[in-house]
Design a protein around this ligand. Sequence first.
Ligand code: ASP
Length: 323
Amino acid sequence: MDNGLSIRLVIHGGAGAISRSKLTAEREQAYRQALTESLTAGYTVLKEGGSSVDAVIAAIVVMEDSPLFNAGKGSVFTHAGRNELDASIMDGATRLAGAIAGVTTIRNPIRAAHAVMTKSAHVMLIGHGAETFAAEQGLAIVNPAYFYTQHRWDQLQKAIAKDRMMLDHDNDSDTSLADDDQKRGTVGAVALDHYGNLAAGTSTGGLTNKRYGRVGDSPIIGAGTYADNHSLAVSATGTGEMFIRTAAAFNTAAQIRLLNTPIAEAADNTLAEIAAIGGDGGLIVLDAKGNYAARFNTKGMYCGTIANDGVVRTGIFPGELHY
Ligand code: ASP
């Protein structure tokens, strides 16, 4: 389908202290391949005239199913050795939104967030209630063991030994941590469809070694995810607590809506506010004209974009993904 209007999809697979020297060519290739598959899945939906909401889901499901990212399969472990997943989605045309948090059996949390948005009167469901709802909606339910991966388990043991809540993570001076331990792998997508509608979604396993039912920004509308046709679609990754405290996603949208700030500048302003209170991470942003940016104040962010021409662009390090 081509009516001359622009379509675009932008994705991220987490930001953090990704070190060029520690990222092997093989691993880099694996990430770029996974990002490409995600972009292609979302693009196929958009190209065939599908909605931005469906494109966001298609792109995120690919990354949830990949063990490379901290979402779905491959999610990090809590202190208690469980995988507790969070996700959210928002439709920029209607400002409908859905989210789930702290679930352990839903194979694709982004689908459950979508079901909350479209099949319930609520915005956020948590824990067992969310799982019961997802099962009633016919979504794939798995044994919690499905989410187990050895490298995430090893990360938990390291985090417990250091007695800290790892941000999947970021202490570059800590050479005992492998490259893979030093980045966040939360995933997200923002899309613009043929009808000019925006959507955003985010999915995560949260933080390694998290406790007490901790929930970050990813499932919180206005913090980790936001979409409004009149401003932009945004998905975040980073130190969740600071993204909540700065209302990061809404903060970015509000600058565009109220001040007409260019989108990359708005994202940078938000990241500066986050840095000022000790946080870091990244944002992908997209407006209804197809302008986009992928901004981060960490060493790297796995990200990518695709538009009408169908050309896949992926990036990891600063300056790679132009906007
Ligand atoms: N923002 C996520 C959280 O705090 C973590 C991440 O982006 O990797 O749960």
